[in-house]
Design a protein. Structure first.
Length: 195
């Protein structure tokens, strides 16, 4: 049985679409690993890339949103975030749009801090953390259907102290926030000897 050779020596034997709509494409692949094991089906999830915005006000507050998240079946506190549209030139364009629509805030500049895979085992998209310093309230919000969002401003130190207690339960948002705070010089991620 031949097929397409993938990185790492795996082979894609076949692929079929199990589900496809505007938000997700689930493929059911048949793959052969390096030891000759055939995994069928091996599901892979293709979403648009995502963006999360680390928006910091001049008062050193983090712009956060609180909303119901059906996957977690809970109301959660998060960074403003959303899908990158095909028409967006880059993640900063999507970040500016999502921040404005969800919160009414805008910033003088937007900088991509990281582009990470949410789950390398099954997800094909990337999640981009964008830093927006000097964010100020300038617009009314423009929420989409299904978005019942409350905007909250939290002091940065309070957010960082609450991370280990699950204040922000979305793992990609925590990683993006920590990397953005480090990139902005607000957080030191250097290693120290224990004890």
């Amino acid at each position: 049985m031949s097929g397409k050779t993938l990185p790492g020596g795996w082979t894609l034997l076949s692929s079929r679409t199990a589900l496809k709509d505007r938000w997700i494409n689930v493929s059911a692949d048949a793959v052969r690993d390096l030891r000759g094991n055939v995994l069928d089906p091996f599901y892979a999830l293709t979403y648009p890339d995502w963006v999360q915005v680390v928006a910091i006000t001049p008062a050193e507050e983090l712009v956060l949103v609180r909303q119901y998240r059906h996957g977690a079946q809970a109301v959660t506190l998060e960074l403003p975030a959303g899908a990158i549209d095909a028409a967006d030139a880059d993640p900063t364009v999507a970040a500016a749009r999502e921040l404005r629509e969800e919160t009414g805030y805008e910033a003088p500049s937007y900088r991509v801090i990281s582009s990470l895979h949410p789950n390398t085992a099954t997800h094909r998209n990337r999640s981009h953390a964008v830093l927006a310093e000097g964010a100020v309230l300038r617009h009314d919000t423009a929420h989409e259907p299904g978005e019942d969002i409350t905007v909250e401003l939290w002091p940065l130190d309070r957010v960082v102290r609450g991370l280990s207690e699950g204040l922000l339960p979305q793992a990609m948002h925590v990683s993006g926030l920590l990397l953005a705070l480090a990139a902005s010089g607000r957080l030191d991620l250097s290693l120290r000897s224990p004890g």
